[in-house]
Design a protein around this ligand. Sequence first.
Ligand SMILES: [Zn+2]
Length: 241
Amino acid sequence: MIELALGCARAIFTDRHGGTSVAPYDSMNLAGHVGDDPAAVEENSRLLARRLGLVDPSLWVRPMHVHGTDILEVTASSGPVEADGSVTTVPGLPLVALGADCAPIALANDDAVGAVHAGWRGALGGVVETGVAALRRLGTGPVRAAIGPCICVRHYEFGTDALAPLVARFGARAAGRTDDGAPAFDLPFALRRALEDAGVDEITDTRCCTAESADYFSYRRDHRTGRQAVIVVKVPVSSRR
Ligand SMILES: [Zn+2]
């Protein structure tokens, strides 16, 4: 698990360790839509809530990701809604974005926090820029972002046809090669580029490759597998260091 202080936020990037799910979801799977036992997913969430001192998972904001660009502005958990991210100004309200090769991204400025799910489709559609704009509508101050564990270019083979629109949007450097020399998409590069284009002031990259590290779920590597998450929480002013 990686925890970062980001503007007014606490950003926690989970990995696959410390949960109760059995193979192939072992063990800290946080996704209910991938075939895992729903009771195990809820128990995993409760374990995390206890370890991290967060409110009960029934109160977390956990939209269902559809590789789109909708970002919810929330003041409370809203039940099962399709979206690829959320933003809030409510202290202590955990926002969750999932991934297993796609990147979970944390956003924060002085007043608001956000969590975004971004893979190639969302990045191309503009989910990063939409997330940053939603954050700016809710608060002021420098925007900080952290890119969570996601698949790196060396493991993300892509057809040249599929790469063309990504190169058109993010530039030639978005196309690279895998370890085997096949054409590949550089998702972390594209996400950084999208964050820069959106005027984000400070970008942190956790630089963990999900396909490479057994500490993370990877859809490309394992197909049937779980999801890790970023959990972003606004820290109450009184408890900031
Ligand atoms: Zn990799």
